[in-house]
Design a binder for this molecule. Structure first.
Ligand code: WT7
Length: 668
């Protein structure tokens, strides 16, 4: 077996035909034949396909060429000028639709009268982005300069992003759950001098002290010779903050007095729109560079097709991600607003005040499109079916999943308990680097299979190859690559050309390496098998993490599972499984625990084969995850191999106490 190949052992045979369209919202693409014909055309003539698509948006000046491709550098809509804030906001106002809802925001705290809800229209967004844009200019922010945004999930976060886009500043949003050290690293890397923040952010009834973190970061930065010239603070939680005169500005006071005249700056299609830092599995975070025109077109079109958006049809779109991740950039703000469907923003946690908060929100706002992550879905499963069952979810039309491979059992649960067997599920595969959807079902066209992200989006030439770039036959696992440029592809890693070349363009010549292992089934459907760095080599069989984990999750006692390789005397590498159980299945004593471990081992053998049977199973209450919900398998690897000290970077870990807990269980 050649390097790069991965063996597939999971057998999933369930298929679901696309349902009939919701009333008043016909499917944009309504048959698999239509999808295939359109996809074929988009691959044969990408410039024709994307050029035509881009005409649906506003450009100040047209492009002269759709694509200029000098591997690995793409330029899209060359010479064209546009503004993404104009397309998201001003265009709707100019069309006389300024009074329509653009953002529906719900705060976390909830009193007897319910939670605080704010509805912002396109006219509101136009006024507020203009004011903040003027204020930023007043603070000396110039076109192309990086503004750092570190806020909770309040409407002003979206406004801050759009205001930057409006005046041609580049934004760098840092997730509000990150520490002050994360701010230091990112501000330094981006040479950013202006920070927009909040006094605090509500999270599970507590206040996260954002301004305090910014203050600490600014002092640390000063020590390193970097001066932050302005910090703009929105008062959200009313927690006490310290104030540095001259540097600190109150958001409300600053924008209240600012001019409402602040035209959208015509931006070159290839001007930078934002930087977004992604941790990667090791090393310092990478500042992923995204530019304006191609990103704008890709977000607008994927939002429309994948979620089946129709302006004026009463739809309400909700993506549960934080704007600190690319999912929030692309599918709360930049893809949704230009489609003129209101976008829901929720401030807080899914289990506050109770485990049914999300279902309450869907019922309250009559959400039609719901987009969330597998980690959340597995938590919902663990919390129990009774929570969604209590709520009216009949408004839902399309369900989405993103962030990790979704285990087939989680997919089935999502379909039954949230979609009530009516709604298609779009399992969208993409990355911070790809900007937008790459492999995904289209809800009215693609028959779906639980656990598969199905087929490539228009213009996306995805393939499974070995290290030499040779396409592998169907059902053989290998490296997931993209062979042609796409409009929203990253343009680089900020300040590190070599890392860009090494990470994405070196291992397989001439192709973009996604870093995921995957295979295609006999129908050509893509199945993501996990990150290639996590592949486990058992007696010469290279197994992806996803399939073994899904076999475990398909047992009724299991809520979530993570598998990693560990040293094994005979096999070289064995499989270690970390498993969280559903509450009703927690074993009472050691004997019961041993019995359940044996049962689970047999279950995996039966489901996918003896080769994948874990050599060690450990029950745990929690798994180490990043703040965006991805399991950090490299930490589990260190624990499973009995490493004395974790020497790796743990700054993105959600809960530091988890490592100690996992070790304690080791000794128990
Ligand atoms: C990695 C990208 C995509 C925006 C949020 C995460 C994994 C993402 C899926 C999916 C299987 C998925 C991949 C990918 N991933 N979506 N539908 N099925 N795996 O962005 O943090 O840049 O992570 O997330 O491993 O490479 P990101």
């Amino acid at each position: 077996m050649s390097q790069g190949n991965i063996e597939s052992v999971l057998r999933e045979t369930r298929t679901f035909a696309p349902p009939s369209p919701p009333p008043g919202a016909p499917w944009h693409i309504s048959s698999i034949e239509e999808y295939r014909a359109k996809w074929k055309r988009s691959i044969e003539d990408p410039e024709g396909f994307w050029g035509e698509a881009a005409k649906g948006l506003h450009w100040f000046t047209p492009w002269s060429r759709v694509l200029e491709w000098n591997l690995p550098d793409a330029k899209w809509f060359v010479g064209g000028t546009t503004n993404i804030c104009f397309n998201a906001v001003d265009r709707q106002v100019e069309a006389g639709l300024g009074g329509q809802a653009a953002i529906i925001w719900e705060g976390e705290p909830s009193g007897p009268a319910g939670p605080e809800v704010r509805r912002l229209t396109y006219a509101d967004l136009q006024r507020e982005t203009a004011r903040l844009g003027s204020a930023l200019k007043g603070l000396g922010v110039k076109k192309g300069e990086v503004v750092t945004i570190y806020m909770g999930m309040v409407p002003e976060l979206a406004i801050a992003m759009l205001a930057c886009a409006r005046i041609g500043a580049v934004h760098s949003v840092i997730f509000g759950g990150f520490s002050s050290q994360a701010i230091v690293d990112r501000v330094l890397d981006a040479h950013s001098r202006v920070i927009i923040t909040c006094d605090g952010a509500w999270r599970r009834g507590k206040v996260v002290p954002l301004k305090e973190n910014v203050d600490a970061a600014c002092s640390a930065l000063k020590g390193q010779g970097h001066e932050v010239s302005a910090v703009v603070t929105l008062k959200r939680c009313g927690n006490a903050v310290t104030w540095t005169p001259g540097r600190d500005h109150d958001y409300a006071a600053l924008t209240r007095g600012a001019s409402e005249t602040c035209p959208c700056a015509p931006m070159d299609s290839e001007d930078m729109l934002f930087l977004l830092y992604t941790s990667g599995s090791t090393g310092k975070p990478k500042g992923i560079v995204h530019t304006t025109g191609g990103y704008m077109v890709h977000m607008w079109l994927t939002s429309k097709h994948v979620f089946n958006l129709h302006p004026g049809a009463g739809q309400v779109f909700w993506c549960t991600a934080d704007c600190g991740w690319v999912t929030g950039h692309s599918y709360i703000v930049y893809g949704i607003l230009p489609n003129r469907v209101p976008s829901v923003m929720y401030e807080g946690a899914p289990n506050f005040p109770a485990e049914d908060r999300f279902w309450e929100i869907i019922a309250r706002h009559k959400v039609t499109q719901f987009y969330t992550a597998p980690t959340a879905i597995r938590a919902f499963m663990k919390w129990g079916d009774q929570h969604p069952a209590r709520h009216d979810l009949s408004s839902l039309q399309v369900l989405g999943s993103v962030g990790e491979p979704i285990n087939p059992e989680a997919w089935m649960w999502y379909r039954r308990h949230i979609g009530r067997e009516r709604c298609p599920i779009v399992d969208t595969w993409w990355q911070t680097e790809t900007g937008g959807h790459m492999i995904t079902p289209l809800p009215g066209a693609t028959p779906t299979k639980p656990g598969s992200c199905t087929l490539p989006y228009f213009g996306v030439d995805a393939a499974i190859v070995d290290e030499t770039g040779r396409e592998l036959p169907h059902t053989t696992g290998g490296l997931l690559v993209i062979r042609k440029p796409w409009p929203s592809m990253l343009r680089g890693i900020h300040g590190d050309r070599q890392r860009y070349l090494d990470t994405y363009w070196s291992r397989v010549k001439g192709m973009y390496l996604a870093g995921d292992g995957a295979h295609r089934d006999k129908d050509g459907y893509f199945w993501i098998m996990g990150r290639i760095d996590d592949v486990i080599n058992v007696s010469g069989h290279r197994l992806g993490t996803m399939e073994v984990e899904s076999a475990l999750v398909s047992h009724p006692a299991v809520a979530e599972a993570a598998v990693v390789g560990m040293p094994h005397e005979i096999k070289g590498t064995g499989i270690a499984a970390f498993v969280t159980l559903r509450p009703a299945h927690n074993p009472h004593d050691r004997a019961a625990a041993e019995l359940l471990k044996k049962t689970l081992g047999e279950h995996v053998s039966r489901e996918i084969g003896a080769i994948a049977r874990p050599d060690m199973i450990r029950f745990t209450d929690v798994l180490p995850k990043t703040r965006s919900g991805k399991i950090m398998r490299r930490l589990l690897r260190a624990i499973a191999s009995g490493e004395e000290k974790i020497t790796q970077d743990t700054t993105t870990l959600e809960d530091f106490s988890i490592l100690a807990k996992l070790r304690e269980q080791d000794e128990a």
